[in-house]
Design a protein around this ligand. Structure first.
Ligand code: FE
Length: 331
């Protein structure tokens, strides 16, 4: 549905709907919404758009917004939405019991729905895992002309940079960014999957990528994409220190939600063991519900140490990340 569809929901304030603004664009989400409707009789009206557009939209609509839930593919945007007063606390004992504290807003305005590690992907013949260690090490001279990463306009890179500022301080994070730009194989372009394809095409040797994209390549219907996955491997950086940066996709309850009870039921449904299993199996994301075991592919990538700093602490660094990217020349 496009934004034009919104005109419809203004006049459909019955008790059996929940209106979702989502920055996620995955089939599995829509399958789960349909299953929710079958189970509860509550219809899900879905508006998909770029997350920043949705945040602007919520702000403009204010108290008259028809939206109940905001779903994003990046924790940084949930932190921003909460700080901007666009969300309200979710009243749910189920969430408190099922989801670890570090994966929730301290004021319960949003909760993580899935996790994704931002890893280093490397070419299996041209790079040995012994050559790799940390995000920081990719800025060393041996990687000159070999590093692939997408634009700094991308939310995943912004939240990664915020986590680097939190860990290293502003000066060191900026030095890292500047040197990494010098090591780039090409000017940033394309999405995460395009970086992995560029490794196989010989444009570079390593890429900074979210794990689930490797799952999408591994199980792609396109044989060329499967070949790309076969020739590349995942490395979890910073295992000897703070751990690999793990971002999450999550759900927030909007401030003006006209249907907060239905909205809370949908959040609980998305966090249930069944839904979490489907998100892990079909979209190759890590579950946030501790009862759910990792599917085989995620297990094959291996256990790893994750950076434990809660992402809700990164709020103050998200804007600084943009200044650093600009000064470093990371377009
Ligand atoms: Fe993504």
């Amino acid at each position: 549905m496009t934004f034009a569809g919104l005109l419809l929901f203004g006049c459909s304030q019955d008790d059996h709907v929940v209106n979702v603004y989502s920055g996620r664009h995955y089939q599995v989400d829509e399958d789960l919404f349909r299953a929710f409707t079958e189970k509860t009789g509550i219809r899900v009206n879905l508006v998909k758009a770029d997350t920043d557009q949705l945040l602007n939209r919520l702000e403009m609509e204010g108290r008259n917004s028809p939206a109940d839930l905001l779903i994003t593919a990046d924790a940084g945007r949930l932190v921003t939405a909460a700080a901007g007063g666009l969300l309200q606390p979710i009243g749910s004992d189920y969430i408190q019991e099922t989801i670890p504290v570090a994966l929730r807003d301290p004021d319960s305005r949003w909760v993580a729905m899935t996790k994704r590690a931002r890893v280093i992907v490397y070419h299996q013949d041209r790079v040995s895992p012994e050559d790799l260690s940390t995000y920081e090490s990719l800025s060393e001279p041996e990687w000159k002309g070999r590093v692939l990463v997408r634009s700094s306009q991308n939310h995943y890179n912004q939240t990664l940079m915020a986590s680097m500022i939190a860990a290293l301080g502003h000066d060191e994070a900026e030095t890292w960014a500047g040197r990494l730009v010098q090591n780039m194989a090409r000017r940033p372009r394309g999405n995460d999957r395009d970086q992995v394809k560029a490794i196989v095409a010989g444009e570079g040797d390593v890429a900074i990528v979210n794990t689930y994209y490797m799952g999408l390549l591994t199980y792609s219907v396109n044989p060329e994409e499967r070949l790309v996955a076969e020739q590349t491997r995942i490395f979890f950086p910073n295992q000897a220190d703070r751990g690999t940066h793990v971002n999450y996709s999550g759900i927030g309850l909007t401030k003006a939600s006209p249907n907060p009870e239905n909205a809370t039921r949908l959040i609980e449904f998305m966090l249930s063991a069944d839904s979490q299993r489907k998100l892990a199996e079909q979209n190759h994301e890590y579950p946030v519900n501790k009862e759910v075991a990792w599917p085989e592919l995620l297990q094959s990538w291996g256990e790893f140490r994750a950076d434990e700093r809660p992402l809700y602490q990164l709020g103050p660094y998200l804007r600084d990340a943009m200044f650093i990217f600009n000064r470093a020349g990371w377009n």
